[in-house]
Design a protein around this ligand. Sequence first.
Ligand SMILES: NC(=O)c1ccc[n+]([C@@H]2O[C@H](COP(=O)([O-])OP(=O)(O)OC[C@H]3O[C@@H](n4cnc5c(N)ncnc54)[C@H](O)[C@@H]3O)[C@@H](O)[C@H]2O)c1
Ligand SMILES: O=C(O)[C@H](O)COP(=O)(O)O
Length: 544
Amino acid sequence: MPRVLISDKLSPAGIEILEKTPGIEVVVNTDLSPEQVREELKNFDGIIIRSGTKLTAEVLDGQPRLKAVARAGVGVDNVDLPTATRQGIVVMNTPAGNTISTAEQTLALMYAMSRNTVPAATTMKGGGWDRKKFTGSQMAGKTLGIIGLGRIGLAVAKRAIAMEMNVIGYDPFLTAEKAAEHGIEFCSNVADLVPQADYITVHTPLTDETRGLIDAEMLEKAKPGVRLVNCARGGIIDEDALADALESGKVAAAALDVFTSEPPPEDFRLRTIDNALLTPHLGASTDEAQELVALEAAELMVGYLTRGEIRQAVNTAAVSGAEMADTKVYLELGYRLGLLIAQLNKGRNMKRATLTYRGEAASKKYKLITSAFACGLLKDALQDPVNIVNADMLARERGIELVETSRKDPGDFATRVGVTVETDQGELSADGTMLGRQYLRLIRLGDFTLDSFLDGTLLIYHHRDVPGLIGFVGSVLGKHDVNIANMSLGRKQATPGGDSVAILNVDSAPPAEAVKEIGEHAEVTGVQVVKLPPHGEEIPGVTS
Ligand SMILES: NC(=O)c1ccc[n+]([C@@H]2O[C@H](COP(=O)([O-])OP(=O)(O)OC[C@H]3O[C@@H](n4cnc5c(N)ncnc54)[C@H](O)[C@@H]3O)[C@@H](O)[C@H]2O)c1
Ligand SMILES: O=C(O)[C@H](O)COP(=O)(O)O
């Protein structure tokens, strides 16, 4: 039975969904150290986290059972994605559920900074009444600069415009026209935005490009008395440079909800600076946001574990339950073609695999079919488990380029998936189709057209098409008690005597002596046994 661990505080609504799903066992334990999470995960198929659980490379490495991570929230910077992908673990997130709450937190912090709400309230609690000291600054009429105009950035813009602020913004992935539609004056870069703003708020992910985006040099360009907010990720505003600028008075106030290290150390410099308003990563911490992200994360996990559905994945292609059910037979076809080519390849160095989708196949989610092919291609070559989540990455890492082409017109078959693998010693190619949406057929091998079952054991021999050979092969197999279930012949020219291939679907693997005896026949130019899974066997990484 699939088991799901919840290792961060999650709204009960989400837990209930998992508990009510028959066939899933859920365990909530929010007190685990990273070492304990690592140990626990050995016994779980899925984990639901928020930002508290750090799924580092050490935690994720060597977790053969773990299949899925659901992040109840946006940021997946606490998950080592390359390791998760390499291990074939799907990572999904719930990006929209906490947008409004985080935008509200941003505005709440801007208001609090402008009106000295926190120090004024603290003074009163201490018995004081100081009206002069806490004179504030009105926000209406001021300019707010927003860096990062995604979900939260735009939600902040909408609210700030309603508060009668002038909003300017920068985002490399938004056009000036789109920004204008949201009432935002577009800046061409951060350096252009910073000197114009009375308030600056950042809403980007933390990347190599955004780390230290607002640093000492950028703060130099800012208006004296600027106020800054970071409700995105710690480090986008350089914490040391900010502390200096607060102490010098260049920055009037700053509000940080997120920190480079969470929690920050006790002696964290900004803790001691009066006009630094610090909150412990509370942007998404409202009942409403938590309920939304918990429900969504639980549904993502249930969908994946019970229906093979992949939604909101950050490290693989999305596929709905219905699409998965619809595409599954194609995944099987791609996977089996991969297994076939891998066994025919015999150690040659592969450079590029081109997959051609024709007819109905061209209308399917063929990126996933390509992944299934790559999974078959690499499955027996690698020490580590390969599945449809990590196969593309593992192929790329080995220098195998995966190329896809598609043609809607069906040609001779209603649907067809073709593969050509270029190696350092020539090409290998094969085409498959299906009969009745479940019986998979090999319809081409190299230059030969044929019709063979694509499951179980295949005895493949290349030969010259002469009389008596089929009888010879049949008698050798019969001698060794190997039953032939199906036989298909393909030859290059219509007349006998030319190059041909025969594929026999046999009910048991022929022993080595039988293969040797067939291979030694004067008219046989090559013989090989290929082993494919029996009909209907699961594909690694496909859960239903
Ligand atoms: N404090 C919290 O509790 C909390 C809650 C939710 C989200 N977040 C964080 O808020 C941030 C934004 O979340 P979102 O849901 O709006 O994400 P989003 O993906 O919708 O938006 C991010 C935007 O940043 C832009 N961007 C990327 N690189 C940029 C750069 N160099 N300069 C300017 N813009 C750039 C992107 O184009 C995108 O439009 C994320 O870091 C997320 O983790 C924090
Ligand atoms: O990325 C996010 O969604 C936010 O940082 C919220 O994180 P949390 O769910 O751990 O509060």
